[in-house]
Structure formats: C-alpha cells, structure tokens
Design a protein around this ligand. Structure first.
Ligand code: NAI
Length: 237
C-alpha cells in the first residue's frame, strides 16, 4: 500500500483514477483547484500551475498521509481556437496546467521517491499529442508531456522510479460535454457518432484510463518506463 496523489482528481478521468487506486489499496490524495465532490483519503486545494500552491499541497499530503510513492499528473484542459485567434493568455493557461504542472509535481516528489528507491509517475497525455486542429497549445503541451515522460524516465530509472504516460482518446467527461457543444451536438449524439467511427465501436470512460494507470503504478511494472500508452480504442502512436 502506497500513498498516491492524483491531480485534477475531483471529477472525470482523475476521479476514476483516484477511485481505482483506492480500490488497489493505496491511500489517495486528490489535488484540485475545484474540490467540490472530490473523494479521497485527503482532498487538498491546489493549482498545479502555481509553484507555491503545489509546494503547500504536497506539504499537506505528507503531513496527512505520508510521502507519496505514486503521482498521477492528470489536471488539464483544452481551449479550442484557431491558431490565429489564440490569445497568449489562453496559450499560457493550457501549457501551464498540462506541462508546467507535471514538471512542478515531479520535481517535488522525485527526491522522496529516489530516497525510497521506488516511485511511479504517470502523466495523462492525449491522442491530441499526435495532432488536432484548433488546439495548438493543447497539442504542444501534450506532445511536450510525452517528451517530458521519456526524459524523466531516463533520469529517474536508476532510482527505481518509473515515468510513463497514458494517452486517452475520446473519454466521456465534462471535457467531452464541451467538445459536443462546440460541434452543436448533444453529448448523446456526440458519443454515438464517435463510437460508430471507433474500431471498438464505443467511447472511452474514466475506468478505461484508470485501468491503464493501475498497471503502470503496480509494483510489477518496474521494467516498463518512458512509454506512452494510447488508450483510445484504436491502434495509435
Ligand atoms: P475534466 O474537465 O472532467 O476534469 C479535469 C479536472 O482537472 C477538474 O477536476 C478540474 O477542476 C481540474 N483542474 C483544472 N485545472 C487545474 C489546475 N490548474 N490545478 C488542479 N486541478 C485542475 O476533464 P477530464 O476529461 O477528466 O480530463 C482529465 C485529463 O485527461 C486532462 O489532462 C485531459 O487533457 C486528459 N484527456 C481527456 C480526454 C477526454 O476525452 N476527456 C482525452 C484525452 C486526454
């Protein structure tokens, strides 16, 4: 049993991951800017893009549960706009939460994990890392996160710390409610149309992503690092 931290764990994929890691026997701290409805052994307010907020949140986790051996960098969002209309503040907001956030948490926990000789870091990337129109900041941040995963895996591997990424495809959450609205579809229509086009003929759910995270965080996965696993109902990557 380990202490696990899930960022953005109050809802959606993060909540699914937190639930699964608790079922796996871990004590889970959920870190989120909006903690409403969050369920965990500790629920801590945190803006992952803010250095001080991350430091304070991890102090709380260590005090309440102990030093984390597992961190899932899941907090993230997209703001869809054509490149030419994208404001600098929207670029910064998306890159900061998706990429800077993973750097801030990893830099903070790596010393604990190195000292313990064990750690599991999982970054939630996206199929968008492979390219997606009107999302240039999100695509850049997620493909950056894939590179970050590989670089951190090389540095932390000698200390028993693995770093991997799970890259979800279409997964039904609040984020997809917004994607449906942007296309003028109800969520039900959007799920049906996306599922029909999928090789596995269904949409993804947070449990699908949580299953992959559970594998990467398991003790037996110590020989797997620097990987990006597309959980998308299709052969990608
Ligand atoms: P969601 O919008 O349902 O949940 C995101 C959570 O992150 C929320 O609880 C939100 O409050 C939190 N959050 C946002 N900014 C934060 C910050 N600065 N600090 C701490 N917490 C923050 O979204 P969803 O779909 O669950 O997304 C989770 C992750 O999965 C994101 O990284 C997203 O990019 C990724 N993803 C989602 C896909 C989907 O189809 N839903 C597909 C591919 C990737």
């Amino acid at each position: 049993m380990s202490v696990a931290v899930v960022t953005g764990g109050a809802r959606g994929i993060g909540a699914g991951v937190a639930k699964r890691l608790r079922a796996d026997g871990h004590r889970v701290a959920v870190l989120d800017v909006d903690t409403a409805g969050a369920e965990g052994d500790a629920v801590v307010h945190c803006d992952v893009a803010d250095e001080e907020s991350v430091a304070t949140a991890f102090d709380t986790v260590v005090a309440e549960l102990g030093e984390p051996a597992i961190v899932v960098n899941n907090a993230g969002f997209a703001r869809d706009q054509p490149l030419t209309d994208m404001s600098l503040s929207d670029w910064d907001a998306v890159v900061d939460v998706c990429l800077r956030g993973a750097f801030l948490t990893t830099r903070l926990v790596a010393p604990f994990m190195k000292a313990a000789g064990f750690g599991r870091i999982v970054n939630i990337s996206s199929t968008s890392a492979l390219g997606d129109p009107e999302r240039v900041q999100y695509v850049s941040a997620k493909s950056g996160l894939n590179g970050f995963t590989k670089a951190a895996a090389l540095e932390l591997g000698p200390y028993g710390v693995t770093v991997n990424a799970v890259a979800p495809g279409f997964t039904v959450t609040n984020m997809t409610v917004r994607s449906a609205a942007r296309r003028g579809r109800t969520l039900e229509e959007h799920v049906r149309i996306t599922a029909e086009a999928s090789p596995v003929r269904r949409a993804g759910h947070p449990e699908d992503i949580a299953h992959a995270v559970s594998f990467f965080t398991s003790e037996g996965a110590g020989y797997v690092t620097g990987q990006v696993l597309y959980v998308a109902g299709a052969p990608l990557g």
